[in-house]
Ligand binder design. Structure first.
Ligand code: MG
Ligand code: ZN
Length: 224
């Protein structure tokens, strides 16, 4: 009997095994890890900066940036106050995968880190298909992208744990039907934890930082 397994499935299951290894390493070191996904220009790096600036006095932070090229974003994270910042240039790949994260983790002293933020490549399609082995996958949506994105990228909206709606300061200037957007999100990912905020004005950022703080601190409590 011949069984045909699509190659893409094999790749994904190999990726999932490595993701599980990454998660085990992070857990062993009590590191809470986030993966930011978004289309280009949604404000992932601005959110990294806001988060690092807001939490650098509380936690030891590391940032891993995935980009097709350049180390501009990693430099921005460092300026904002991350203790370590690593750039992964994917050399044209449009997503990060578990093996890239595994390699990046070898450059970090995980015992000296409380919070790890991974900034994925700007792309709303495939990053959601490649688990990295983090605790929480965060989708950063933004007002100028338009309210139809959940309907157009259901796979990404369905697969995330947390949703940030960035650039809410632009709501008075850009047509954006929030009810339509939220309905689409609710259909795909009912009850997903959502943070509307603006990295420019800072509105909503405190709730976001409080949520991360609670996640990091929860990991510090020894298990009974
Ligand atoms: Mg960026
Ligand atoms: Zn890709």
């Amino acid at each position: 009997m011949t069984k045909t397994i699509p190659v893409v499935e094999k790749i994904l299951s190999a990726n999932d095994r490595l993701a599980a290894e990454n998660l085990a390493r992070l857990n062993a070191a009590n590191v809470f890890a986030l993966n930011f996904m978004a289309s280009p220009g949604a404000g992932k790096t601005s959110l990294v900066e806001r988060t690092v600036r807001g939490l650098a006095s509380k936690f030891r932070l590391a940032v891993i940036n995935g980009d097709l090229a350049t180390s501009i974003d990693a430099e921005r994270a460092e300026v904002a106050g991350a203790s370590v910042s690593i750039q992964i240039n994917t050399g044209g790949d449009c997503h990060l995968d578990a093996i890239m994260l595994q390699e990046a983790l070898t450059h970090l002293d995980l015992t000296a880190i409380d919070l790890l933020i991974v900034e994925n490549v700007g792309n709303l399609i495939c990053p959601a298909n490649f688990r990295l082995g983090v605790h929480n996958n965060v989708l950063v949506a933004s007002i100028p992208e338009g309210a139809d994105k959940p309907y157009k990228y259901p796979g990404t909206y369905r697969g995330v744990d947390t949703l940030v709606i960035n650039k809410i300061d632009l709501l008075p200037y850009v047509p954006f039907d929030m009810a339509y957007f939220r309905r689409g999100v609710e259909l795909l990912n009912p009850g997903v934890t959502t943070f509307p905020l603006s990295c420019v004005t800072g509105e909503g950022v405190d709730a976001w930082l409080a949520w991360i703080t609670a996640q990091v601190e929860a990991r510090r409590i020894p298990q009974a």
